[in-house]
Ligand binder design. Structure first.
Ligand SMILES: Nc1nc2c(ncn2[C@@H]2O[C@H](COP(=O)(O)OP(=O)(O)OP(=O)(O)O)[C@@H](O)[C@H]2O)c(=O)[nH]1
Ligand SMILES: [K+]
Ligand SMILES: [Mg+2]
Length: 406
């Protein structure tokens, strides 16, 4: 493909080649018959409210970072491939538990099975976000190489799914439509790519000016869209200009795991980064990581009592959603059918408390009280102290009940 000149005449040929490569890659990733999967030998039980994988070249400091953030020891040394398997640790942050996974270093060609690349990538696919650990003193090309390796196996970092509607049909041929002018792809090219996949009946609607690669992603359908934070470690050994430049890149953070050992004290005052106990910026890394995970903590408030601030129900927009219904399902599967409405305090509420239905989207740190269908509503926060005593309905209820009892 690199040798082919890019012009209108070769465009179709290139598109077809891209589809062929994507198909072969998918085949390559299918685990051989009889084995349990590409991640064999690396499986670690999921734990906590989310999972974060440390991906990077050898000796960039992944294990040092895991030890620092979780307290779980993972062997670190100056030689490459110190870590040979997956080592889990737990980060306690904002009342949630995040599982952090240390992994062996990967190298160029990992996606084709070099080293333990395939297993490492399989584990990173099972996580919610990726921390790509990079050595600030090494070539900047490393970031592109790693991104390519992860893309080759269907991971898409910091991207959203292409805005292409695609549906296979049984009959009717191919219907090709777009809501705007397309500059990368036309009807013929689209047909050719679908043909490569032996798809002859389908509906395709482009809602953005997508590329051939985007269309292939949609047809393949098994892409995983993940947030990735680029973590530049070892900034104690590079100059302030590099630190400054790296820290300004999108989705990036600069850190140092062992500032103490450094003989080169960092004049970092003007970029305003925090140094604590010989580590640099790890607190900011945690904050960034937590934000990227998009977790939503919801505190339950039993009727007439203070909210339980010790243990939130943790929801996620990416996994399971964060509506009132998702919240109820989290507590108990059968709860939803008993819910009349809920009272919500917090940023998602327009006023306190707001009466909300099942579809209401909750936000981080909301407080929720469930009002069940058969239960009497006590007016939530306002009336929770003495609303019963002066409620005429209650009194007449009691009067009605009295003769029944006797
Ligand atoms: N100067 C400096 N050295 C560091 C820093 N963090 C880690 N190191 C050193 O880098 C070397 C490699 O660290 P490891 O934690 O073993 O790196 P790794 O990425 O886990 O390596 P593999 O498991 O072999 O892939 C060790 O000698 C660490 O002490 C840092 O912030 N600054
Ligand atoms: K190492
Ligand atoms: Mg290691």
């Amino acid at each position: 493909m690199a040798r082919t000149q890019k012009n209108k005449a070769t465009e179709y040929h290139l598109g077809q080649l891209k589809a062929k490569i994507a198909k072969l890659r998918t085949q390559l990733l299918e685990p051989p018959k009889g084995s349990s999967g590409a991640g064999e030998g690396f499986e670690v039980t999921k734990y906590g409210h989310g999972r974060v994988a440390l991906i990077g070249f050898p000796s960039v400091g992944k294990s040092t970072l895991l030890t620092m953030l979780t307290g779980t020891h993972s062997e670190a040394a100056s030689y490459e491939f110190t870590t040979l398997t997956c080592i889990p640790g737990i980060i306690h942050y904002n009342d949630t538990k995040i599982q952090l996974l240390d992994l062996p270093g990967i190298i160029e060609g990992a996606s084709e099975g070099k080293g333990r690349g395939r297993q490492v990538i399989a584990v990173s696919k099972s996580s919610d976000i990726v921390l790509m650990v990079l050595d600030a003193s090494k070539s900047e090309g490393h970031r592109q190489i790693l991104t390519r390796e992860l893309e080759a196996v269907g991971l898409r970092l910091n991207k959203r799914p292409p805005q292409i509607y695609f549906k296979k049909k049984k009959t009717g041929g191919i219907s090709f439509n777009s809501t705007l002018h397309l500059t990368h792809i036309d009807e013929k090219l689209c047909y050719q790519i679908l043909h490569e996949y032996k798809i002859h009946n389908a509906e395709v609607l482009f809602r953005e000016d997508a590329t051939v690669d985007d269309l292939i992603d949609v047809i393949e359908g098994n892409r995983k869209y993940m947030k990735c934070i680029y973590v530049y470690n070892k900034i104690d050994v590079v100059g302030i200009d590099d630190v400054d430049r790296l820290s300004r890149q999108p989705n990036s953070i600069v850190i140092s795991c062992n500032l103490k050992k450094s003989s080169n004290p960092l004049p970092c005052l003007h970029i305003n980064i925090a140094i604590e106990f010989g580590q640099l910026n790890l607190d900011r890394l945690l904050a960034k990581m937590w934000e990227a995970m998009g977790l939503v903590r919801v505190y339950t408030k039993p009727q007439g009592q203070q909210p339980d601030f010790a243990e939130p129900v943790v929801l996620s927009a990416d996994r399971g959603g964060c509506t009132v219904e998702d919240f109820c399902n989290h507590i108990h599967r059968s709860l939803v059918k008993d819910v009349k409405y809920v009272l919500v305090w917090g940023t998602s509420a327009r006023h306190y408390p707001q009466h909300c239905g099942l579809s209401h989207p909750l936000q981080d740190e909301d407080v929720v009280q469930i009002v069940k269908k058969k239960e009497r509503e006590d007016g939530g926060g306002k009336g929770r102290f003495k609303s019963h005593s002066n409620a005429p309905v209650r009194i007449s209820d009691r009067e009605k009940k009295a003769p029944l009892k006797t």
